[in-house]
Design a protein around this ligand. Structure first.
Ligand code: BTN
Length: 226
């Protein structure tokens, strides 16, 4: 895949910048002043971290699954660090958040925003503990590694669909077969994390042994009981 890269010193959000670029463009910034995460949360723009947005083609009803393709690509790129994936697409290290992915639909294009705490882990406005790579790589190096793996996983997705992505995602899965909590805006659901469905929903086995499939939410891992 031929990526066209555009570098900026400071932008409000690379996802906003990417709106003006064609498919297979990648917008990278050293700093973000108004970065956003899922559910409109703040994604703090500390310098030295990676802020990148990739413009992807629309895959119609399969487009939401691109978040998993990107998640697998980021996890694959950083697998030497022992990263894991927390549903739907947080990349974690030592059970702390290292990277987040935000997918936005723009007409016939999808913007996949990727933030990686390369140098520093934010401590403000966070829902989940954070961690960084402590600068052992530069943001540019991490960007290149991600794009290389994204080319491979996108091609697989285009040719073979979601199945290979789902299997790869599960090899990186945090909390599989364990008790987890999924927080939704109005309720929290506890259950055993059984699978990811073909639509990307998380399948939970509830205490009464029924199943519930959830399309969007925040997963919290339960600490082990002594
Ligand atoms: C999340 O975990 O909530 C998703 C975070 C996504 C952050 C990235 S940083 C690059 C791109 N630009 C943004 O404003 N957000 C995404």
């Amino acid at each position: 895949m031929e990526w066209s890269l555009y570098f900026f010193e400071k932008v409000s959000s690379t996802n906003d910048m990417a709106r003006n670029y064609p498919i297979f463009s990648v917008v990278v910034a050293k700093e973000q002043t108004n970065g956003r995460g899922r559910y409109g949360r703040i994604w703090s723009g500390m310098p030295g971290n990676l802020y990148m947005s990739v413009v992807l083609p629309d895959f119609q009803e399969k487009s939401p699954l691109l978040a998993f393709v990107v998640g697998v690509a980021v996890a694959d790129a950083l697998k030497a660090f022992g990263v894991r994936l927390k549903w739907p697409n947080d990349v974690c290290l030592s059970k702390k958040k290292l990277s987040g992915i935000l997918l936005e639909h723009l007409g016939n294009r999808i913007v996949a925003g990727i933030g990686v705490n390369v140098a520093d882990a934010p401590t403000e406005n966070i829902l989940y503990p954070t961690i960084s790579l402590k600068g052992v790589l530069t943001a540019e190096e991490v960007c290149k590694m991600i794009l290389e793996r994204l080319s491979v996983w996108l091609t697989l997705f285009k040719i073979n669909g979601f199945e290979p992505i789902r299997s790869a995602w599960l090899t990186f899965a945090e909390g599989l077969n364990k008790e987890i909590e999924v927080r939704l805006p109005r309720e929290s659901i506890r259950g055993r994390f059984i699978a990811i469905t073909s639509l990307g929903a998380i399948d939970l086995e509830l205490p009464d042994m029924t199943h519930r499939q959830i399309m969007a939410g925040d997963v919290f891992l339960m600490s082990k009981r002594k």
